[in-house]
Design a protein around this ligand. Structure first.
Ligand code: LFR
Length: 466
C-alpha cells in the first residue's frame, strides 16, 4: 500500500497484492517467506516513488539466522502442530500464573516462547545466532539492519509489559538467551535505508529510509481506530482473527484476567492492547476453501435470512486453529453441545457469524469488567468492517453501537506512524482524528427486533461459556 499524508489528507492506494500461501514440507507447515519477500519487492516497484517505508505483519513467528546472517529455514507457521503440549512443559519450570504475572500474555499454543521451546534440540536452533520476527526479517532484508520492534516483541511472551524490556525471569526459566533477539526498537525509530540491491531490483531512487512502525499488524490497526470521543470505546480488529478489547495505560495482570485469557500486548506510545484472540473470519475462510471458493455476497445474503442466534460454537477455542475440514469441525462442535447441526453453506456461515458476534460480546464484557472501564461504543476495523451482517450481529449481541471502518486500518496505522516520525501529523489523538475525518464510517445500532441480548445470553449458555 502506498499512503499519502498531509493536513486533512490521508489516502491509501493499493500498489500490489499477492497471495500468502503456506506450504507443508516434511510434516511441518511453513511460511513461503521468499515468495512473500518477492511480493514486497514487486510492491515497492509498483509504488514508484516513496519517501519512507514501514513494515508490519502478523505476530509471534520468526526466522532463525546463522552466524553469517543467512536464513536457516523457512519460518514455521503458528498453526503448525509442533507446539502441542509444549506450554505444559514450560509451566513446570515457571507456573502459568507466574508467567502471566511477568508478561501479561495470554495462553496461546503458538506464542514465540513455546515455539522456541519446541525448537530446542533441533539442528536449526543449535545453529541459530539470531531470531527475527517476521516483519523484522523483511526489514532486515530490505536494509541490512537488524532490530526487534517492541509491539511485536510483546507477543513473544518474553517481554515485561511494565518496563517494555525483556523478562529475564521468563527467559532464564525457559532457557532462552534474549541475545538471540536483535536490540529493541520503537515505533518511529529510524531503521536504516533500502540497500543498493533493493533499489536496483525495485527501480526506486535512494536514499529511501525505513521507519520503524508498530510492526505487529494489530498494533498498527489499533493506532488507526477512529475513536475521537475519549477513552470509553472498545475495538475489534477483524480479519483472519478477531482481536477484541480495550486500549489501556497500564497492563492488567490479575489472576481473574489470566483465567479469562486476556492478553496485554504493547501498543504505540506506551499503551497496552488489552484484548482476547478470537478465531475470527478464519472460520469462514476455511469453509469457503472447502466449498471451492464460492462468491461471498450471495452466501451472506442467505445467512442473513436465517433467524438467529442459530447454533453457535466457542470461537475462542484453539480447537479451530489448525487448517482443514472446517465445516465438519463446526458441525461436530454443534452436535457435541446438543444444538441443531448446520448442514448447508448458508447455515454454516450463519453459525460462524453468530459465534463470532457472541465471542465479541463476551470479550467486550469481560474486558470492561476486568479493566473496570465503561464502554459506550465498539469500533470494528479491518476486513470484517465490510461485512455488514457481522457488524450488525456484533451490535445486537453486545447491545452497543458499532462504528465500522476503516477496513485497511493496519496499513493506515503503519503509514500514520511513519508520517508522524517525519513530522507530518501530531499525537495519537491527532492521528485518529485524521482517520475519522478522511474515512467514511458506518454506524450499526442494536435496534429493532434484533436487539435481544437475552437470546445471546441463552446462546452463550448452550456452549457453556457465559
Ligand atoms: C493478526 C495477528 C494476531 C496474532 C495472530 C498470530 O494478524 O497478528 O494479532 O495473534 O495474527 O500472529
Amino acid at each position: 500500500m502506498t499512503g499519502r499524508v498531509g493536513p486533512g489528507t490521508l489516502k491509501l492506494t493499493q500498489a500490489h497484492r499477492f497471495r500468502n500461501r503456506p506450504v507443508r514440507t516434511a510434516g511441518i507447515l511453513h511460511w513461503d517467506i521468499l515468495a512473500l519477500y518477492a511480493g514486497v519487492l514487486d510492491g515497492l516497484r509498483a509504488a514508484g516513488h516513496v519517501d519512507s517505508v514501514g513494515v508490519d505483519g502478523w505476530a509471534v513467528d520468526y526466522g532463525l539466522l546463522d552466524a553469517d546472517g543467512q536464513l536457516l529455514g523457512n519460518p514455521v507457521h503458528y498453526r503448525d502442530a509442533r507446539t502441542e503440549g509444549v506450554a505444559e512443559r514450560v509451566w513446570t519450570a515457571l507456573p502459568a500464573d507466574r508467567l502471566y504475572a511477568a508478561t501479561g500474555i495470554q495462553y496461546a499454543p503458538f506464542n514465540t516462547l513455546y515455539q522456541l521451546t519446541a525448537a530446542h534440540g533441533t539442528a536449526q536452533r543449535a545453529a541459530a545466532r539470531r531470531a527475527l520476527l517476521v516483519p523484522d526479517l523483511i526489514a532486515y532484508w530490505l536494509t541490512g539492519e537488524q532490530g526487534t520492534e517492541v509491539t511485536n516483541a510483546s507477543t513473544t511472551q518474553l517481554l515485561d509489559p511494565r518496563t517494555g524490556g525483556w523478562s529475564h525471569t521468563v527467559a532464564e526459566a525457559a532457557g532462552i538467551d534474549t541475545d538471540l533477539f536483535a536490540p529493541l526498537r520503537r515505533p518511529g525509530d529510524p531503521a536504516g535505508f533500502l540497500l543498493p540491491e533493493v533499489l536496483d531490483t525495485t527501480g526506486l531512487t535512494g536514499p529511501v529510509p525505513l521507519t520503524t512502525v508498530a510492526s505487529h499488524d494489530t498494533a498498527s490497526a489499533v493506532a488507526a481506530v477512529p475513536a475521537t470521543g475519549g477513552d470509553r470505546f472498545a475495538y475489534i480488529c477483524t480479519g483472519t482473527w478477531s482481536l477484541a478489547g480495550l486500549e489501556l495505560d497500564a497492563p492488567v495482570l490479575t489472576e481473574a484476567s489470566r483465567r479469562a485469557n486476556f492478553t496485554n500486548e504493547l501498543g504505540i506510545d506506551g499503551t497496552v492492547r488489552y484484548l482476547r484472540n478470537i478465531m475470527g473470519l478464519w472460520l469462514l475462510q476455511e469453509c469457503l476453501r472447502e466449498w471451492g471458493d464460492p462468491p461471498l455476497a450471495p452466501l451472506l445474503d442467505a445467512a442473513a435470512q436465517i433467524p438467529g442466534p442459530a447454533s453457535v460454537v466457542d470461537a475462542s477455542d484453539p480447537a479451530f486453529l489448525a487448517p482443514g475440514r472446517m465445516p465438519g469441525r463446526l458441525a461436530q462442535a454443534c452436535r457435541a453441545s446438543g444444538q441443531p447441526v448446520p448442514s448447508t453453506p448458508a447455515q454454516t456461515t450463519r453459525c460462524v457469524l453468530d459465534s463470532l458476534a457472541l465471542a465479541h460480546r463476551r470479550a467486550v464484557e469481560d474486558a470492561r469488567r476486568l479493566a473496570d472501564r465503561p464502554v459506550d461504543v465498539i469500533h470494528v476495523v479491518g476486513g470484517g468492517a465490510r461485512n455488514a451482517l457481522l457488524c450488525q450481529l456484533t451490535a445486537d449481541a453486545c447491545g452497543l453501537p458499532v462504528m465500522a471502518g476503516p477496513a485497511e486500518a493496519a496499513a493506515l496505522g503503519n503509514v500514520l506512524v511513519q508520517a508522524r516520525a517525519h513530522g507530518l501529523v501530531g499525537d495519537l489523538s491527532a492521528m485518529r482524528r485524521l482517520v475519522a475525518g478522511t474515512h467514511p464510517l458506518t454506524r450499526y445500532e442494536p435496534t429493532g427486533d434484533r436487539a435481544a441480548p437475552a437470546a445471546w445470553a441463552a446462546a452463550a449458555e448452550r456452549i457453556a461459556c457465559p
